[in-house]
Design a protein around this ligand. Structure first.
Ligand code: AMO
Length: 436
């Protein structure tokens, strides 16, 4: 390994010490016999001051450094209130490790907000920006926290197939692939497999996976390739047990993000509130009532809340100190696998989690009775023959169970307060973007 410290590890306390750093030449300022080079690495930046009077040879060499070249510098740390972070490095050696061509595809040294499309076209360069980098450092810490919660609670980490014969959520959103001699599809959701694992006695499972949706969309909250966090648990009483899991794991994740990603939140200028109180659980009917009575808004689709509805509902509850709420009981039988219980005050045991005005997850209690499940499939014209492998699992002892799928990209979008979901994805996919 090249001898180096992260720039953030070089502090004014190191005054007089010799250190080495390596990174990109973020900014170069030339003041006659004095050249300042800001070295940037993933953890931060440090100023290196080349003085002609101190070391002419090194000073000459420094004149050749171009923006975004990678350099390796060794020198003495000096405490100073003239430099960012109250310290600078007085170099004793300099090596240019790699040259950057000019012009750069985009300027990242100033806080110039290039449009998202340019940023995504030049994503490797955009990802060098401290603010962009912070999103992914935060994302990594959030997912570590989320998985930690499930590991602690005894969940089994699973991997389900991404290529299958049919889709769990319906036909229109499937990406076909050629699988040897037959047509197959990219997975929309691990739904069927996580349910089958309940029949297999796994009891509690989670998966950090990928789901593909071939919808035609142009919104700031949809992408074609989604990172999905899926959960399924058995021997539940009802969907409230599932919501408890979603609520507690999200609260823990937000807490850990606030604790472990404070530098990232500062860079992103986000103050993250962790909802300590129980997330309100309101019925779908109540949600429609609030929208109509308080905002005069009536979503067109009788069986759903639209984007505007979710946003207004989010605002309504956020004002009351609840950034996260559950909307429970969606009418209609959009999903054959969801349980509907006669006599319930709600039409089904499906729920959506709305966080900061956007749906983050969707789940509920599943139908575990084979006869009813088959009847629902027939009513919804689902071709049962495509699902025989799934239905088999219900014949030989299936416990009551439920679960949910959480859109990881949407969660990061909301935590980091990003306008567009694509900002939360390293290399996003949408109907118009297949590269980089
Ligand atoms: P659903 O289809 O609602 O449910 O998806 C679950 C969550 O995934 C996210 N999501 C998306 N994010 C970005 N772009 C998209 N195109 C997109 N589609 C979905 C959302 C959504 O809440 N099988 C069920 C889950 C379950 O019941 O276990 C399912 O996939 O945040």
């Amino acid at each position: 390994m090249i001898d180096r410290k992260y720039t953030a590890e070089v502090t004014s306390d190191d005054d007089g010490e010799t250190v080495s750093v390596a990174g990109w030449a973020h900014e170069i300022r030339d003041l006659g016999g004095l050249t300042f080079v800001i070295v940037r690495d993933r953890e931060g930046q440090v100023q290196v001051t080349f003085k002609e009077d101190d070391n002419e040879e090194l000073f000459e060499k420094a004149q050749e450094i171009g923006k975004e070249d990678i350099i390796h510098v060794t020198g003495e740390v000096e405490e100073t209130d003239q430099a960012p972070g109250d310290r600078e490095i007085k170099p004793t050696s300099l090596e240019v490790i790699s040259n950057a061509s000019s012009p750069l595809p985009m300027d990242i040294s100033k806080n110039i907000d290039s449009d998202l499309s340019t940023r995504l076209d030049n994503r490797f360069m955009d990802l060098r920006q401290p603010k962009t980098h912070a999103i992914f450092s935060l994302r990594s810490k959030a997912m570590q926290a989320m998985e930690e919660w499930f590991e602690e609670d005894g969940y089994i980490n699973i991997d389900t197939p991404l290529i299958s014969k049919g889709g769990a959520e319906g036909g229109a959103e499937l990406f076909p692939v050629i699988y040897y001699e037959e047509e197959a599809f990219l997975s929309q959701s691990p739904q069927l497999y996580k349910q089958m694992l309940m029949a297999a006695g796994f009891d509690k499972v989670y998966e950090t996976g990928t789901a593909f949706r071939a919808e035609e969309f142009a919104t700031s909250r949809h992408v074609s390739e989604i990172s999905m966090f899926d959960v399924e648990l058995a021997f539940i009483e009802d969907h409230h047990d599932v919501m408890d899991v979603q609520e507690e794991s999200l609260r823990y994740t937000l807490k850990q993000v606030r604790k472990k990603a404070s530098r990232e939140l500062d860079l992103l200028d986000v103050e993250l509130d962790v909802p300590e109180e129980d997330f309100p659980r309101i019925t779908f009917d109540r949600a429609r009532e609030i929208l109509k009575e308080e905002y005069g808004h009536v979503p067109e689709d009788l069986g759903d809340l639209d984007t505007k509805g979710e946003k207004l509902l989010g605002e309504h509850f956020e004002e009351k100190g609840h950034p996260a709420i559950f909307v429970v009981g969606y009418p209609g039988e959009k999903f054959y696998y969801m349980q509907e219980v006669e006599g319930d005050e709600v039409a089904s045991r499906k729920f959506d989690l709305i966080y900061k005005g956007q749906e983050l997850s969707s789940g509920g209690q599943r139908q575990h009775d084979l006869d009813t499940l088959e009847e629902w499939m027939e009513r919804q014209d689902v071709d049962k023959s495509n699902f025989s492998f799934y239905l088999e699992a219900f014949k030989f002892g299936m416990p009551p169970h439920g679960g949910y799928g959480l859109g990881i990209d949407r969660m990061i979008q909301k935590i980091a307060e990003l306008d567009n979901i694509k900002e939360a994805i390293l290399f996003p996919r949408d109907p118009d973007r297949l590269t980089p």
